[in-house]
Design a protein around this ligand. Structure first.
Ligand SMILES: C[S@@+](CC[C@H](N)C(=O)[O-])C[C@H]1O[C@@H](n2cnc3c(N)ncnc32)[C@H](O)[C@@H]1O
Length: 239
């Protein structure tokens, strides 16, 4: 693939035709790449990035190792993803994000830090997880500060609804986990209640979970704390 084809391919998120009408949990912003971003992509995409394909990922091929796999959904600018991957090197990480500038920023950091246990994809997480991830193969899902879609008429755009929770649960190994953190209390309560309807999942804390030591504070979290929003953690396990 030439560099120009690479930029074009990365710039597009093809809308996949599904039987069910898919709910879009994100809004795409600026898709124009600067020369510096193009340089980063040409340099690091072959090693750290991958594209959507309608086939199940072979983790060993992707990482060159067999460590348990953790998937972060909506990594934003990627700071948390990078730090968690450094703090917990015993796992391999797949990051999924649609925000192009955030994706390229993390690509740059992965390349500069030579972080070998992270691979990232710019695509809709629902499609990636549905079509590329084998059932019963994931150790954990991280969803940090998902868009809260605060207006009632937008609640249907929230990711953490029963069909998506079920999709994640089906991809977990036994004992695997879903770890969500949000500063939107009503969304947090809704997610805890909805998860009770998923028979594959168990909430060991019944309500909210205590924070874990390895998760750094994100920019969104910082902003939320400045507004005195409470940070709620949700930890669910596959039975
Ligand atoms: C509020 S931001 C939080 C970013 C980051 N996790 C943090 O804590 O700073 C939510 C992110 O999720 C991404 N996102 C939302 N829906 C997505 C989807 N279906 N697939 C991939 N990324 C998605 C958005 O682009 C956005 O960057």
């Amino acid at each position: 693939m030439t560099d120009e084809e690479l930029f074009q391919k990365l710039g597009k998120i093809e809308i996949r035709e599904g039987k069910e009408r898919q709910i879009k949990s994100y809004v795409l912003r600026n898709n124009v790449l600067s020369d510096k971003e193009k340089e980063t992509i040409a340099r690091y995409m072959p090693q750290y990035g991958f594209f959507f394909e309608d086939r199940i990922i072979n983790y060993r091929e992707l990482f060159g190792s067999d460590k348990p796999v953790i998937i972060e959904i909506g990594f934003g600018m990627g700071d948390t993803m990078q730090q968690v991957a450094i703090r917990r090197p015993e796992y391999n990480y797949i990051g999924i994000e649609v925000f192009l500038q955030g994706f390229v920023k993390l690509l740059k950091h992965l390349g500069e830090d030579n972080l070998d246990n992270v691979r990232i994809i710019r695509f809709n997480a629902v499609d990636v997880i549905t079509h590329m991830i084998a059932d019963g193969s994931v150790q954990g899902f991280h969803i940090f500060f998902p868009d809260p879609w605060p207006k009632k008429k937008h609640h249907k755009r929230r990711l953490m609804q029963l069909p998506f929770i079920h999709l994640l649960a089906s991809k977990l190994v036994k004992g695997g986990y879903i770890y969500m953190v949000t500063d939107w209390e009503e969304y947090a309560e809704e997610a805890v209640e909805t998860a009770k309807e998923e028979p594959l999942l168990y909430n060991p804390f019944f309500g909210f979970a205590p924070p874990v030591a390895w998760r750094p504070v994100t920019k969104f979290e910082q902003k939320g704390m400045e507004k005195e929003y409470s940070i709620n953690e949700i930890w669910l396990e596959r039975v």
